[in-house]
Ligand binder design. Structure first.
Ligand code: FAD
Length: 539
């Protein structure tokens, strides 16, 4: 039975961005937070390395800003970077105040060094930073009465003029968002949640690719929903591939997550070697293993293409075994369980899709181009990352802009907001899916198409081939969606396909190689750096 709910603020997602926004706005407004699986299942929960912030006396805001701008390859918004860096230490303190236990050394925060950072500034909780932050946030949220967390509930679509019959023709410039339709996965009911303001905190889209470090939830739902509703989406061609995920022979088609060997392992001195034991990074960059991720990923891609092999090695065996175990207990144990003792043998690794620098375009207050719709965390494009993300800046961006979302919401939800008549979810004429093979087949096909044609090195020919294939899948999925009662795999496939389409389109629009977007057809930088902005003009 379909039902409805009303609230001040609807938050979609329970990673760092969603939970932190909820905590900060809760003293001023009622919050409903929906999340599609268990509340701790998020990218946040898997973050290992840490969260970058200027803490050390030898460090400075200017150094962190500069490192971020260098990584971003000319496309960062410097004002926004400045906001993130300057507000960072306050937000780290907020996380500590709610009970996050970061690793300390001699009474102060232990600061690690990571690739692209000119100073040690990575605040961490051993190599399980995300888990520690997520669990502290969840514990705190559970004590607050006016935050209602609803698990196993997947947002289907935003409620805007586009799904209200008599408002459909409203001008795209003055669109509103009044909540979302969500599916209760346990019983198949669709709930209409009307909200004065809606916050997308749905995280990334790594599952678009065959190899990814992202968990199964990362299917780009927020980006796809915002696109369908007519919000502006930007810079989706910039997908960061983590150079070092643990190689497993089983091919990853079904949503299995590749295990990440954190950047911090290279920061700690690990060397990349070919199968013959030869170090090669010096041929690509003077910073060797500490070069930014895109350079390391392309170097590995190039070595793999030369040798025809499926993986290369990351070697930390020259370090003291106790130091390795102490710094990386999670990585050590995970590998040991698979029969690899990283203190004695090198780790087989392959690059994997890791982070989306683009997303739903927002301003410095996390407002999207739709009134009442906010976005923060990985789903958003704030301007911080430009064409490439500096390691450990994403948790920082998420927490800083979640705070800014909440600050702006205080004023927004205090206004009088008039809701139009919003229809109940209408699934009359649809049938329960009797065959799910279309879902599993197309899920695999989107992922392999994107991996083969739209990953680390691109070309016009590869992108056009991918565009054709994804268009066919898109039509098949839309047809299936119109005829079928919604269920989560279908919703995720629909969103994955929409994101694949947006990534390819954005990549085709960029006629240069910049940051994470490298194409054989335009190997040079263009003179004027510009964002790639896409908008569905017929939502
Ligand atoms: C293995 C790994 C290691 C990383 N290490 C680091 C690191 O060391 N430092 C760093 O800064 N960053 C790191 N990152 C990146 C960082 O973890 C993410 O960018 C960040 O956690 C994103 O937070 P978020 O709140 O935006 O999204 P997430 O934490 O991914 O949360 C998204 C939430 O939205 C929910 N959701 C999604 N779609 C829907 C829907 N349709 N309906 C309802 N709910 C929905 C999900 O279930 C989830 O709860 C890492 C990422 C991975 C995968």
């Amino acid at each position: 039975m379909n039902s409805s709910l009303k609230t001040d603020v609807l938050i979609i997602g329970s990673g760092i961005a969603g939970l932190f926004t909820a905590l900060k706005i809760a003293p001023y407004a009622n919050v409903v937070l929906v999340t599609k699986k268990d509340k701790n299942e998020s990218n946040t929960n898997y973050a290992q390395g840490g969260i970058a912030s200027v803490i050390s006396k030898t460090d400075s805001f200017e150094k962190h800003i500069n490192d971020t701008l260098i990584a971003g390859a000319g496309l960062c918004n410097e004002d926004i970077v400045r906001i993130m860096v300057q507000e960072g230490p306050h937000r780290i303190q907020d996380l500590i105040d709610i009970g996050t236990s970061f690793t300390n050394k001699q009474g102060s925060l232990d600061l690690a060094l990571e690739g692209g950072h000119s100073e040690p500034r990575i605040v961490h909780a051993k190599d399980l930073t995300g888990k520690e932050i997520e669990s502290a946030l969840i514990t705190e949220v559970s004590t607050i009465k006016n935050i209602q967390v609803i698990e196993n509930t997947i947002a289907i679509d935003l409620i805007t003029e586009h799904n209200i019959e008599n408002l459909k023709s409203a001008n795209l410039k003055n669109r509103n968002c009044w909540g979302a339709y969500v599916l209760d996965v346990n019983n198949g009911d669709v709930i209409k949640i009307c909200a004065k303001a809606t916050v997308l905190a749905t995280g990334g889209l790594g599952q678009v690719y065959q190899h990814t470090t992202n968990p199964r939830i990362a299917t780009g739902d927020g980006i796809a929903m915002a696109y369908r509703a007519g919000a502006k989406i930007a810079n989706m061609e910039f997908i960061q591939f983590h150079p070092t995920s643990l190689f497993r022979r089983s091919t990853n088609h079904t949503g299995e997550q590749s295990f990440l060997i954190s950047e911090a392992v290279r920061g700690f001195g690990a060397k990349l070697r070919t199968s013959k034991g030869v170090e090669f990074m010096i041929e690509y960059d003077n910073r060797k293993e500490l070069a930014p991720r895109d350079i390391v990923a392309r170097a590995i891609d190039s070595e793999l293409k030369k040798s025809g092999e499926e993986f290369i090695y990351l070697d930390i065996t020259h370090k003291e075994p106790d130091d390795i175990k102490n710094h990386f207990p999670n990585i050590f144990n995970h590998c040991l369980n698979l029969g690899i003792d990283i203190t004695k043998e090198p780790i087989p690794i392959v690059p994997a899709a890791h982070y989306s620098c683009g997303g739903v375009m927002v301003d410095e207050h996390a407002r999207t181009s739709l009134l009442g719709l906010y976005a923060c965390g990985e789903v958003a494009m704030t301007g911080v990352h430009g064409a490439n993300r500096l390691a450990s800046n994403s948790l920082l961006e998420a927490v800083v802009f979640a705070d800014r979302t909440a600050k702006n919401l205080i004023h927004f939800v205090n206004q009088k907001i008039t809701f139009p008549e919003i229809p109940e979810w209408d699934d009359s004429g649809t049938l329960t899916a009797d065959e799910k093979v279309l879902i599993t087949h197309n899920f695999k096909e989107v992922k392999t198409t994107m991996w083969d044609y739209v990953s680390i090195v691109r070309s016009n020919q590869r992108l056009e081939r991918a565009a054709k294939r994804i268009h066919t899948i898109f039509e098949e999925v839309e047809d299936f969606y119109k005829r079928t009662k919604v269920f989560s795999d279908l919703l995720e496939l629909r969103n994955l396909t929409a994101c694949a389409h947006i990534i390819i389109k954005s990549a085709l629009l960029r006629k240069e190689s910049r940051g994470l977007h490298y194409t054989l057809d335009y190997p040079e930088l263009s003179l004027k750096p510009e964002n790639t902005i896409m908008q569905n003009v017929h939502p």
